[in-house]
Structure formats: structure tokens, C-alpha cells
Design a protein around this ligand. Structure first.
Ligand code: NDP
Length: 399
């Protein structure tokens, strides 16, 4: 019996709204609000359930958010707008005494840098207000944190090596498109890589380290070492980790396009003056690229995301690999979305369900690996994300 306000009517917002609407026993009232009202209305019309209300909101504007929250009175806000809006939405939740969940950590618009410090700084204020904030509850971050917590709870005394592997072996038929918000995606890929080793961060040039990694049902794919936000929280919450890395696959064509765009300056976030107007090249690029939500129809192939772990159990070395594969076409059949939006939106709904049904409790700001992984792992296959595990087999990332 809960009311949720979902903010952001993009690729992920569509999935979260449909998935919440499909669980009426938990989500009794749903509002989808975003910058462009028509996108909310379109999704609500498609769902065709009068429990789904819509509204226009500028999530950069705290008073506007507060007014909307006070009017609708949700128990929780699910933030699937952009990382730029995390802090304004958290402020509004504090002011209105509302629980909070998001899928990506805060990033200032004018610096391509993401880290948890800004959101972790809200811990005491959420704690004092008796509120729960769940950070990074998509797939990665999100399920990857739950996978790691599950491994730590059931299979390891100490985790020593963690490799998160993220493969998209899909084909959307477009020459160049990103699977989630192009601006955020390109900022993430074009910045320096980073991984954790022996108590410190090791920095690499963008996409400098790469190798083929074998993915279940897919085969080998070129995988690139990137910095990814869950590394920061996982090495903090599992301090036995000696090395933590994140790998993502990219095709040759994608990298070629990205290199050209970078070399001609189109990925820059520094404004340029054009005909008397200041334009941010990356924002302009986003405007001409396909929207992530438009890629679903006809998208073939699958994604495979998982955690490959080496550590110690009862004094013996152990390996563990846990993963999910998602077919883009199956995601489209289920909720008219491509696999990346799907693998993000389903966990966001499940995380909200965990918080609203009291399976995950706490006062303050938490990353997903801090909660009991079991009820979340149980819910994943039920809502569309089956997972598989392999114990004491050679890890593909180490081959
Ligand atoms: P989209 O660009 O498709 O959607 C973002 C939506 O947010 C758009 O509808 C946009 O409105 C809306 N929005 C942007 N700014 C504002 C604002 N100021 N006020 C209100 N609404 C706003 O992105 P995705 O759906 O692909 O991604 C959503 C979030 O999910 C991002 O934060 C992304 O980083 C995260 N993500 C997390 C993943 C994970 O595994 N953890 C994986 C993939 C994504 P408009 O339509 O008007 O532009």
C-alpha cells in the first residue's frame, strides 16, 4: 500500500513505471513526472491504468519539487532523471519527509566527475529525519552491488578480487547511438579509467586497458577497463578487496565514432560561442543522437552483466561468477524498452519494493550492498532478471 513518485520519463522511467504498475499490491498509486509532460502522458496512455498519474516538473528546482511532492504525498521518490538532479531531489525529499531511491550517483554538470561524496554527505540529515535513501539501484550500480553482497554472505569469508563485467552484444541497427542518456554515457567513457589495487586507485588513460573476455551464451568480446561508480562504494563496504575493476564491451565501430567525435571536439563540455549563443558541444550532440528509449524496436542480441570474484572460504581459495543475461527483444516484448533501460528499471522497482515493504530498512543514505541481498536476489527472476552462478570454475576475466 504505497505511493511512489517516479521522476524522469526517459528509457529507464518508462520501465520503472510499467513495472511498478504491474505490482499493484505494493505500488497502489503511481505518479510519473518529468521535464516534458507529453512523454509522461504517452507512457501513462500506453499502460492504460488510471492509477498512473502524470505531472510536469523541473527537477533542478527544489521549490517546484517540494510543491509536487506535497500535493501527491508519495512514500518514496524514485529518481530516474539525470545524475545532475540527485541533490535537488534529495533536498526536496528531506523537506517533505519522503524516502528516496536513485540509479546513478551525483555528477555536477560542469565537471565530468562522479563520486559518492556529495550524496554520502547527506547521511546524517536523512538519518535525523528518519528517512531511507537508497543509492545506485539500477544494474551497475545496483544489481552488481547486490551480487557482491550475496557472494560475501553465502560464499566467501573474504573477497579479494572483484571484476564487474558488462557486455552489450546487442545490435540496434543504428550507426552510432548510446544505450542510456548520451551525455552521461559519453562523459563516463571519455574520462580516465581507474581501478582499485592494494589500497589505492590506479588511473589509466581513457579506454587504455582492454582485452577480450568470454561472456556466457555470447562468446569473447573486446572489453575495456572503465571507472564505474560502484567500485567506490564496494571497496569501502568490503575492505578485504585487494583489487576491483570494471569492464565494459564496445564494438570497433562504436570506438571509431567516439574517437572522431572526440577529436573534432563534439564530446567537450566546455561551452563554445555559436552565432552569439553559448552551446555545450556534448549537449548539442545529445540532441542529434537517437534517444535511448527509441532503440527498443528491432534491437537484437543480449546483454550479460555479472561479477567475477576470487577470495577465501574456510581457508581455501574460491572463485564465484554470478550474472544475468537479458535479451533486448524480450525486454521490448515485456515493457517496450531495450535491454539497458530494462536491466536498470527492473532493479529500481525492486529496490523501491524492498524499501517500501520493510525488507530493506535503515535511516540515512545507503548503497545497495549494505542491505540483505537475499530478498532482492529472490525478486530478480520473478520480475524479469534471472541470474546464474558458477562456483569454483576458472574465471573468464582471468583467462
Ligand atoms: P534518458 O535521457 O532517456 O531519460 C532521462 C529523463 O530525465 C528524460 O525524460 C528527461 O526529460 C528527464 N529529465 C532530465 N532533466 C530533467 C529535469 N531537470 N527535470 C525533470 N526531468 C528531467 O535517460 P535514461 O532513462 O537512459 O537514464 C535515466 C537515469 O538512469 C540516468 O541517471 C542514468 O545515468 C541512469 N542509468 C543507470 C544505469 C544503472 O545500471 N545504474 C544504467 C543506465 C542508466 P526530457 O525527456 O525532457 O529530456
Amino acid at each position: 500500500m504505497s505511493k511512489v513518485l517516479i521522476i524522469g520519463a526517459g528509457g529507464v522511467g518508462n520501465v520503472v513505471t510499467r513495472k511498478c504498475a504491474a505490482v499493484p499490491e505494493v505500488f497502489t498509486d503511481i505518479m510519473l513526472a518529468s521535464r516534458t509532460l507529453e512523454k509522461c502522458d504517452q507512457i501513462a496512455r500506453d499502460i492504460g491504468d488510471d492509477r498512473v498519474k502524470t505531472a510536469q516538473v523541473d527537477a533542478d528546482n527544489v521549490p517546484e519539487l517540494v510543491e509536487l511532492i506535497n500535493k501527491f504525498k508519495p512514500d518514496m521518490v524514485i529518481n530516474v532523471a539525470l545524475p545532475y538532479q540527485d541533490l535537488t531531489i534529495m533536498e526536496a525529499c528531506l523537506e517533505t519527509k519522503t524516502h528516496y531511491l536513485d540509479t546513478a550517483n551525483y555528477e555536477p554538470k560542469d565537471v565530468a566527475k562522479f563520486e559518492y561524496s556529495w550524496q554520502w554527505a547527506y547521511h546524517d540529515r536523512f538519518k535525523d529525519a528518519g528517512l531511507l535513501a537508497i543509492l545506485g539501484c539500477g544494474f551497475d550500480p545496483g544489481v552488481t552491488g547486490v551480487f557482491t553482497a550475496y557472494a560475501a554472505k553465502h560464499y566467501f569469508d573474504e573477497i579479494h578480487y572483484l571484476d564487474i563485467v558488462d557486455c552489450n552484444a546487442g545490435d540496434h541497427g543504428k550507426a552510432f547511438a548510446t544505450n542510456f542518456n548520451p551525455e552521461i554515457n559519453i562523459r563516463e567513457i571519455t574520462q580516465n579509467g581507474r581501478y582499485w589495487e592494494n589500497g589505492k586507485w590506479v588511473e589509466t588513460k581513457p579506454l587504455e586497458i582492454n582485452k577480450p573476455i568470454e561472456y556466457p551464451e555470447i562468446g569473447p568480446r573486446d572489453s575495456y577497463l572503465l571507472y564505474h561508480e560502484e567500485l567506490e562504494s564496494l571497496v569501502r563496504h568490503f575492505p578485504t578487496i585487494k583489487r576491483a575493476r570494471f569492464w565494459m564491451t564496445f564494438g570497433k565501430q562504436y570506438i571509431n565514432y567516439l574517437n572522431v567525435l572526440q577529436e573534432v571536439g563534439m564530446t567537450s563540455i566546455k561551452p563554445v560561442n555559436f552565432k552569439g549563443m553559448d552551446i555545450v558541444p556534448l549537449e548539442f550532440l545529445k540532441a542529434v543522437l537517437p534517444e535511448p528509449s527509441s532503440l527498443g524496436e528491432g534491437y537484437k542480441g543480449q546483454t550479460s552483466i555479472g561479477c567475477q570474484i576470487r577470495g577465501i572460504k574456510d581457508g581455501k581459495e574460491r572463485t564465484y561468477y554470478v550474472w544475468n543475461n537479458t535479451e533486448h527483444a524480450a525486454a521490448y516484448r515485456d515493457v517496450k524498452a531495450q535491454g539497458i533501460s530494462y536491466t536498470t528499471g527492473v532493479p529500481a522497482m525492486i529496490g523501491a519494493m524492498m524499501g517500501l515493504t520493510g525488507k530493506w530498512t535503515g535511516k540515512g543514505v545507503f548503497n545497495v550492498e549494505q542491505f540483505d541481498p537475499d530478498p532482492f536476489m529472490e525478486a530478480l527472476p520473478k520480475y524479469g532478471l534471472p541470474w546464474h552462478e558458477q562456483i569454483d570454475e576458472p574465471l573468464p576475466v582471468e583467462k
